[in-house]
Unconditional design. Structure first.
Length: 442
């Protein structure tokens, strides 16, 4: 049975549930940093670790040296194995750093894996090839097709036990499946954005806090955020006042599903109103005295990263592959939590410490490439090759009566003409697959 209608509202707003909440009655997640003890028929849950931000004052050169030493040590530790180890390689900063340091630690090439699509221009294939050639890794490229994406959509939700995942999960599954032919452990870069200030909302929160003249002089640095640059003048030079909660919900919450009027259907009758702020605000109680950027990083650690790790873990388990994440080693994390925002964004470059450590080996093109997500063209696939299949799933979803059919139709038609967000469509598609897997077939 579904755990509650507010779990669905929470998922539709955030694209994940928070804390220990699941979609099932009497089933909860054990939250990160917690342990569960069962004794004499009783369960006791306690917290054994939590992030503590204690910013220190650093000499920049010494900080760079210590950062590189701490990361290298974490990667050496994660390479210890009695089975073959490989690495996911997108050509982004995080995976490139892992390949760089793993190669140095092993003093031998490492097996690397990249997934992309035919015809992509300066996507993952392009950048991963530069890194693979530089470090002479045993590199494998996997070409992903819309047909493969479609074939795994429902199975993806079955493996996850919950709606969500999307292109991140399906992309990760095919990488893991190919890698498992050669290795049993795969290193990947999850967590680097959360602990090293890699997201746009981290960067902009720090930038807005600078004096006006400093913002003007540093304005050209906006180009690192690519297409977001069109909003630069209003958002950077003359920003409107925003709370941490405003920034976080603006980053993670879908405006479409935040509108309470869409929940006035029989399905949601009797359910409480849902306000994303009520989920976020309690999490800030221990960090409200810290810089805005640090508070945002903390929220990402407690919510978004939690679900990203769930996704990759489940996709790797689906093919009996162990996923290891060196950026989230507790010793490395505790060191990163001592670094002030100004040092994480030195020169207003996101993840500046990581970029500098890569520049000598990989040059400006890779070390200072703009941030980019996965290169799978899912928007184009949903509007093209897969549009019929997606439309069919939405027709099935309409029969559940969760939303008015007209709302779903309008959302789909808006997306088809390029005005809507693919993530909003996937929210509904994955929810339908979840009902099919765990309610209809239960």
């Amino acid at each position: 049975m579904p755990r509650g209608k507010n779990s669905i509202k929470e998922y539709l707003n955030f694209k994940f549930t928070t804390g220990g909440r699941t979609f099932f009655k009497n089933i909860s997640y054990l939250e990160p940093g917690h342990s569960l003890l069962w004794r004499d028929g009783k369960i006791r849950i306690s917290q054994y670790w939590k992030p503590v931000f204690d910013h220190l004052s650093y000499n920049r050169n010494k900080l760079q040296e210590e950062f590189e030493a701490q990361l290298a040590e974490s990667i050496r530790y994660h390479l210890v194995s009695d089975v073959p180890v490989g690495a996911f390689l997108s050509g982004g900063l995080d995976s490139s750093a892992i390949v760089q340091l793993a190669t140095g630690s092993l003093n031998a090439p490492i097996k690397t894996y990249t997934c992309g699509t035919e015809g992509e221009v300066k996507g993952d294939f392009y950048y991963s090839d530069i890194v693979a050639r530089r470090f002479k890794s045993e590199h494998t490229e996997f070409v992903h097709t819309p047909q493969q994406f479609a074939q795994f959509m429902k199975k993806c939700i079955w493996h996850l036990d919950e709606p969500g995942g999307g292109s991140t999960a399906i992309h990760g599954y095919y990488i893991a499946k190919r890698a498992r032919e050669d290795v049993k452990v795969l290193l990947s870069g999850e967590g680097a954005d959360e602990v090293l200030a890699g997201y746009y909302h981290h960067w902009i929160s720090h930038f807005r806090g600078l004096p006006f003249l400093a913002r003007c002089s540093q304005y050209p640095k906006w180009k690192q955020w690519g297409g977001i640059a069109a909003r630069a003048p209003e958002e950077t030079l003359f920003p409107k006042p925003e709370t941490v909660t405003d920034i976080f919900t603006g980053r993670h919450v879908s405006p479409v599903f935040r509108d309470g009027s869409i929940y006035r259907t029989d399905f949601f009758r009797g359910s409480a109103d849902f306000d994303p702020v009520e989920i976020v605000s309690p999490l800030l109680s221990e960090v409200g005295h810290l810089p805005v950027m640090t508070q945002l990083m903390y929220l990402d650690l407690k919510t978004y990263l939690y679900r990203i790790l769930h996704i990759y873990d489940r996709m790797c388990m689906a093919v009996s592959l162990e996923n290891r994440v060196p950026f989230l080693d507790h010793k490395f994390l505790e060191f990163c939590f001592t670094i002030p925002p100004k040092d994480l964004l030195s020169g207003l470059h996101s993840k500046s410490l990581l970029r500098k450590s890569l520049k000598a080996d990989l040059g400006q093109e890779v070390a200072y490439r703009p941030k980019a997500g996965f290169s799978l063209p899912v928007d184009r696939w949903f509007r093209g090759e897969l549009s019929g299949q997606i439309a069919s799933v939405l027709e099935d979803f309409k029969k559940r009566g969760i939303f008015e059919s007209s709302f779903i139709d309008e959302l789909w038609q808006s997306f088809l003409v390029g005005k809507g967000d693919r993530e909003d469509i996937w929210r509904l598609v994955s929810l339908e697959f979840w009902f099919q897997c765990f309610i209809d077939e239960a």
